[in-house]
Design a protein. Structure first.
Length: 118
């Protein structure tokens, strides 16, 4: 009886909805666009690391996305590294970055004052 019940059960894998697999190019594009929507740039150096592809392959993909007009790029003022974002979001992300840095600096100064007073 127990064997019959177990054999009638379906494995959980069959219940899982399977999404069509995306190409590496599509995964990278979605990753960059998702970061942009969240208010962050994507540094080009993170792509080969995150997606386990060669640096030259990542540059090829990024070049294609830039030429399609889906993305725009900027360069980090300190490191000179290329940063990517969705077209039209560059200035809003730069503004958010400035605000985050200001907040981080304020909290750092505040922590320093708390330690010296304590």
């Amino acid at each position: 009886m127990l064997k019959k019940i177990l054999s009638e059960r379906r494995s959980y894998r069959k219940f899982k909805k399977r999404e069509p697999t995306l190409t590496i190019e599509q995964k990278i594009e979605k990753f960059i666009l998702r970061n942009s929507k969240s208010g962050y740039f994507t540094k080009i150096s993170t792509i080969p690391y995150k997606f386990e592809i060669s640096e030259s392959k990542s540059w090829d993909i990024v070049g294609e996305l830039l030429s399609n007009g889906l993305l725009e790029s900027s360069h980090d003022t300190i490191t000179g590294e290329m940063k990517l974002c969705e077209t039209g979001k560059m200035y809003s992300i730069m503004d958010l970055e400035r605000k985050r840095k200001r907040e981080k600096h304020k909290s750092f100064k505040k922590k320093g004052k708390d330690k010296s007073n304590g």
